[in-house]
Design a protein around this ligand. Structure first.
Ligand code: ATP
Ligand code: MG
Length: 310
């Protein structure tokens, strides 16, 4: 498992990654989110040992990437698809990786088919569209059948079918027990497949939580309730620590309590419910608030609660 501990990277006039501690969990897809310049790529480069931290550390099963015996079987990454050697064909590119890592060459043809590049396997990468290069990069990330798969903006340049294909692929990898870290600017790009989200902004960790937590804790969410005894219900819900408003007569907006519990409390007290509906702000809206620093997300960094940013 990959662990970041107080990871910091300073450039001359800039802190790109500021004291980040987190785990990348196995068996789940983690969306790695943040606006341009948030520090996502730098963090991935630090994990891969492509850049050295200013302070703090990264470890994979307790070791640094460069100390790993078979790094490609531990972490597979697609960090800069544009940096592929364009004079090579995808088959040559993957053969070189396979040879360097002592991986059976049969794996190369298997992967070329898998990423949909079999027909162009012997064409030079410089003839490829950006999306095709992404596919070469994706194949490269998978070559060592790694425990952790990291991809930086892999959806960029993919067409609709490619996006669907990649989403399915990433989910499958997680279901095989791998840790999958996928960066994006857009929550919507990873929302369907992510079990967790890590949000960075200006190099700082803003949130690290499960998708369910993100949905539940979203401050804007509430349950709308209508009942034959609004006043009675309101009183009982407040006694049970719910936050309750009455935006108009006959309607309650209930926070900090889920629908099931509201229903149970009403039932126990013999109060009829006419409406029980969950209202949630869109996650994209919540994400923008997080990034703008407007939303209070205390203690969501399960790894080190004291360090969680607000
Ligand atoms: N080699 C470098 N030298 C100086 N500054 C750098 C270097 N690499 C990154 N930075 C700076 O560090 C910050 C974080 O950059 P990074 O590329 O990690 O962000 P990002 O989240 O990947 O952004 P994007 O979504 O645009 O890819 C930026 O302000 C960037 O300008
Ligand atoms: Mg980047």
């Amino acid at each position: 498992m990959i662990q970041l501990t107080n990871l910091t990277k300073k450039f001359t006039d800039k802190i790109a990654v500021n004291n980040i501690s987190l785990y990348i969990h196995p068996g789940v897809v983690t969306g790695f989110l943040g606006p341009n310049g948030a520090g996502k790529t730098t963090t991935m480069r630090l994990i891969l040992g492509l850049a050295a931290p200013t302070s703090g550390s990264v470890s994979a099963d307790g070791k640094s990437y460069t100390a790993l015996e078979r790094p490609l079987s531990k972490i597979g990454a697609m960090v800069d698809a544009g940096a592929l050697d364009a004079r090579l064909t995808p088959r040559q590119h993957l053969m070189i990786l396979a040879a360097a890592a002592g991986i059976n060459k049969n794996r190369v043809d298997e992967l070329l088919s898998f990423v949909g590049l079999r027909k162009v396997a012997n064409k030079k990468i410089n003839e490829f569209s950006f999306g095709m290069k992404q596919r070469v990069g994706i194949a490269g990330a998978l070559i060592g059948d790694p425990e952790t798969v990291m991809m930086d903006e892999p959806f960029n340049g993919l067409d609709v079918e490619g996006i669907h294909w990649l989403r399915t692929l990433l989910r499958d990898l997680a279901e095989q027990g791998k840790a999958v870290l996928v960066s994006s600017h857009l929550l919507s790009e990873v929302q369907e497949i992510a079990d967790r989200v890590i949000v960075l902004a200006r190099g700082e960790l803003i949130a690290d939580m499960s998708m369910d937590e993100m949905q539940e804790k979203s401050i804007g969410s509430y349950v709308q309730v209508q009942s034959d005894n609004i006043a009675g219900l309101k009183k009982i819900l407040i006694e049970n620590d719910a936050g309750v408003d009455m935006p108009e007569s006959g309607i309650l907006h209930v926070r900090k309590m889920n629908m099931r519990r509201i229903g149970d409390i009403a039932f126990t007290n013999g109060i009829r419910i006419y409406e029980l509906v969950n209202y949630q702000p869109s996650l994209e809206q919540l994400f923008s608030e997080l990034v703008a620093g407007k939303t209070d997300y205390k203690g969501l960094n399960h790894h080190d609660k004291e360090e969680a940013k607000q």
